[in-house]
Design a protein around this ligand. Structure first.
Ligand SMILES: Cc1cc2nc3c(=O)[nH]c(=O)nc-3n(C[C@H](O)[C@H](O)[C@H](O)COP(=O)(O)OP(=O)(O)OC[C@H]3O[C@@H](n4cnc5c(N)ncnc54)[C@H](O)[C@@H]3O)c2cc1C
Length: 353
């Protein structure tokens, strides 16, 4: 196991932000992962798990403890059953499932990060989320001090959430198992209106797998949502805010604020989100509150391609990024009375200090 001291963490994140870790371990086998976690727990040392660093905002002071980089590898396909080691690169795994002619995760192409992190926030995009195909998650349970296998129903998956996110200091995902679909080379039903439009099909239709993946990658690239080291618009943690889910009362108050500010003809985006709940769009709120694409003059700015991504234009600090995020949260709240919540995990810092 590789061990470094006073090691910079910024290079391990897609934002390229964050100070050093007291100790950085890189584990390449499940046994090394478990040993490192046990050692940290036995000595009472704080532990930070890092996969691809694409959903992490690490403070400028860094992390006083052990950062454990999960670099395990393993891609095992047996019929339509796929098992991935936590450290597998998610985009590579998706590419291989498409090559193998199997449907289920093709619309999740282009999402950076590791396979092991996908169940953590129930990664989703363009009408698919991993909760739809995951059958089991093998994890080290730090409370029980043993490796456990959780069935899909035990993972408490919901929109950008799971048991692993709700109990962040308990589970270390080691392996993720998926049930894919053999649909004779076709994709799963295209559920997302934007993707269906771009493909020229009706929602619910199936298309060749590669066509679905390619259109998703094209749409994502247009929004700066495919990593490109040369393009600062992609130096982000993806969507910085989750789409707010409002109760009936909250949604009615929100609509009234929209009518006040934008006129009675203006209707905010609204999608059913379970019993008595409505999901609206964080990107719409940010834009209508006056924070348009490219907003900002400093080293941290809103992406020029997508209002939801906060980017490091090079030379930014985490505090620069958080100052921008707080400005957006305050502006949206003042305009519409809705409080935005950050999607990426913050380490040693908080959006709402
Ligand atoms: C350009 C861009 C586009 C994105 N688009 C999307 C999108 O469309 N949809 C979407 O859902 N997300 C998106 N994201 C967010 C991100 O890619 C996902 O959340 C991804 O799953 C994070 O994986 P990671 O390995 O980088 O996790 P990290 O950033 O390394 O870690 C994220 C969290 O998970 C924990 N963690 C990591 N590995 C494990 C493990 N094995 N066991 C337990 N906990 C672990 C970490 O401690 C941390 O709390 C995007 C990000 C970027 C930069």
């Amino acid at each position: 196991m590789q061990e470094l001291h006073d090691a910079p963490l910024a290079p391990l994140t897609t934002l390229r932000l964050g100070g050093p870790a007291t100790r950085l371990l890189t584990a390449t086998t499940d046994d090394e992962v478990v040993a490192a976690v046990r050692e940290a727990d036995d000595s009472g040392t704080p532990l930070l798990l890092i996969g691809g660093g694409s959903n992490l905002v690490i403070g400028d002071k860094g992390f006083d403890g052990t950062a454990l980089h999960l670099a395990t590898r393993g891609f095992a396909l047996d019929g339509t059953t796929l098992e991935l080691a936590a450290g597998e690169v998610w985009t590579d795994a998706v590419a291989r499932t498409v090559e193998a002619g199997l449907a289920g995760v093709e619309c999740l192409a282009g999402i950076p990060g590791s396979a092991g992190a996908t169940p953590v926030q129930n990664v989703g995009a363009y009408g698919q989320e991993v909760a739809g195909t995951i059958t089991e998650v093998v994890a080290y349970d730090r409370e029980a001090r043993e490796t456990v296998t959780l069935a899909n129903a035990d993972c408490a998956f919901s929109y950008r959430n799971s048991r692993f996110k709700a109990e962040p200091d308990r589970y270390v995902v080691l392996r993720v198992r998926f049930a894919l679909e053999d649909a004779d080379g076709l994709s799963g039903p295209i559920r997302y209106a934007e993707t269906a439009r771009a493909l020229g099909v009706a929602p619910g239709d199936r298309v060749p797998l590669a066509a679905a993946r390619d259109v998703v990658l094209k749409l994502r690239a247009g929004k700066g949502m495919v990593l490109d080291p040369e393009d600062h618009d992609t130096w982000s943690a993806g969507s910085f805010f989750t789409n707010p889910i409002l109760t009936e009362e909250e949604f009615a108050a929100f609509r009234a604020r929209v009518a006040d500010r934008l006129g009675t003809a203006a209707e905010p985006p609204a999608y059913p989100a379970g019993e008595g709940r409505t999901k609206t769009s964080a990107a719409w709120l940010i834009d209508k509150a006056g924070f348009t694409k490219g907003y900002g003059t400093g080293p941290a700015r809103i992406s020029g391609k997508h209002t939801l991504a906060l980017t490091n234009r090079g030379g930014a600090t985490t505090e620069d990024l958080l100052a921008l995020a707080r400005e957006v949260v305050a502006g949206v709240h003042e305009a519409f009375g809705v409080t935005l919540v950050n999607e990426p995990v913050t380490v040693g810092v908080s959006l709402h200090p």
